[in-house]
Design a protein around this ligand. Sequence first.
Ligand code: ADP
Ligand code: MG
Length: 290
Amino acid sequence: MDEQNRRNQQPDSDIMVKVDGLYYTYADGTQALRGIDLEIKKGEKVAIMGSNGSGKSTFFLNLNGVFRPQKGNISINGKPLDYSKKGLLEVRRQVGIVFQDPDNQLFSASVTQEISFGVLNLGFPKEEVREKVDQIMDELHITEFKDKPTHFLSGGQKKRVAIADVLVMQPSIVILDEPASALDPKHARMIDEIVDELSRSGITVLLSTHDVERALIWADKIVLFDEGKVLKEGKPEEIFFDEALLEKTNLEKPSVLKIYDGLIKEGLLPKGACMPKTAEELITLFVNTK
Ligand code: ADP
Ligand code: MG
């Protein structure tokens, strides 16, 4: 049996997203995606990194059917993406996207209406919708401003409402496009905590970020986009110790790894010492080595 046949016959049960040879070109001729291949496991935490214009947002919009690729295939949970009206409704329920700019996502008059809109459209009974919406608003600390018009909210509040919009649909995959951008540190941390909680509950999370420190701590896998292609994918340590790759993609090495490198170079840590992901881990490592 050749490799292709063998692969086709294996159950893909632990694969949540499978993308083969994806090409997407905008109407003005911009080739935003130029042959993306990617597999994402159920429950995996994936950080998509890469400079502005490398195709991250375009890729996300292909994943939930907003854009239809000119070439290539996308399967979600073992099923090829179905572009019929019914199929698209289903894929948008399963694959939730939190846009970079919440103003592109929030349309309703009040916060409660905004979060209820999608689930009401799915035809759930009103009472059930109310319960779900109340629960999500409570979890994301939205309740105190639930009656406000969405356009009066602060950036951090809007972002949480946009996340609630997605979570209330109980998606299997949550995509966050640069979730921390334009947020102050306190609200960025709040979003980090929400994302951690999502991962703990087993949801597959994809996010794009320029934050190398965060990606090092959080991600199971980093996928580096470059000019509409996957330049490299791997565990954070595989990405962040590849100096040539960092140079090429203008990525900074996380500071904890810079210090770790420095300590090894000075002979203060043994070569091959277990790689720390946080300052606390590095301190423990250092103290235990002495
Ligand atoms: P990223 O999210 O990594 O910054 P994008 O997916 O937004 O990258 O953009 C990929 C490429 O597609 C860029 O060259 C960008 O200028 C282009 N692009 C994005 N949106 C459009 C659009 N609506 N029409 C034409 N080109 C676009
Ligand atoms: Mg983008």
